[in-house]
Write a protein that binds this ligand. Sequence first.
Ligand SMILES: C[S@@+](CC[C@H](N)C(=O)[O-])C[C@H]1O[C@@H](n2cnc3c(N)ncnc32)[C@H](O)[C@@H]1O
Length: 371
Amino acid sequence: MDKSEPFEIFLVVTPGLEQPLAEEARALGFDAPVVSPGGVTMQGHWTDIWRANLWLRGATRVLVRIGAFRAFHLAQLDKRARKFPWADTLRADVPLRVEVTCRKSKIYHAKAAAQRIERALSEVLGATIDPKADLVVKVRIEDDLCAISLDTSGESLHKRGHKPAVGKAPMRETMAAMFLCQCGFDGHETVYDPMCGSGTFVLEAAEIATGLAAGRSRGFAFQHLASFDAEAWDRMRNTASTRTPDARFFGSDRNDGAIANSIRNSEAAGVGAITRFHRAAISDIAPPEGPPGLVIVNPPYGARIGNKKVLFGLYGAFGQVLKDRFQGWRVGVITSDGGLARATALPFLPPGPPVAHGGLKVKLYQTAPLP
Ligand SMILES: C[S@@+](CC[C@H](N)C(=O)[O-])C[C@H]1O[C@@H](n2cnc3c(N)ncnc32)[C@H](O)[C@@H]1O
């Protein structure tokens, strides 16, 4: 057990999905996650930071605060940055870049502040500053307090590392996972996405049901920090145990390419055996075998496709098919347009909060089991 002071950890999330991420963090046993705009704050040690990167499906990245000091002017920032214990966390041989934001502070020139910190890092730690470096030191100067954080994730966590084939307008894996949670999916029911595109919902659902760690196929920035312990990390990764799910996961799409992509992705993710994909237009879909579960879908929406009339027809047909053939199933629809959601004529509960997606705001519209 690590007896040192815990760090403040900030889980960045797509705005609008803070609540389900906090619930996910709580369910994974992290210490008292608290929602704040754009993320979730919690306390923990390095092993918690590794575990958060490996397991959380909703977080976009995991930041750790490694210290803070007051600085009222650039000369003071320069001096205090030189005294900062960088070597406790950073390695001289790993290139870095520095990002600074300033708010309500005497130091307001972010670029000048970044330059002071970069100079301290290169002269005191001996690190190379590279604007293309994967490792990012994030400095937030607010009310003259200079808080220093590290991005421990590297590439955004929606990149799971096992999705070779991506089509048009894919949903981010992190968002898909949070929408599944908001629909009450706990891994034990059938999930069907009848406009599956590259298969994101189906894959996330199948992985959750199998107990696969979200980040099992990728690397993380924390592996390049001084605090990294490769043996302990291997132990953490290898103790994950999977289960054989009691449900199956289905996708269909009218587009052949989408089906080929989904099959390829499901195999790469190691869930090929519990997923099924087939080509079908929405008017031809039928409930998969087994007890009713969850239909979840993000159909095309206006801003991307242009032709509104066709879209109203598509949403109307989708709603009708579900009401006719999917009794007992719950439905989750993610769309940017309340009018299109209404065009399904499905009995939606009040929609979820707006969530940023590809320059638009989308909402989750969900139903109780259909009568
Ligand atoms: C926004 S994309 C879904 C993206 C998907 N969630 C992903 O993460 O890759 C919408 C999908 O709906 C499919 N689609 C559009 N009209 C359809 C129809 N009438 N029947 C079946 N699929 C349709 C498209 O081929 C496209 O793959």
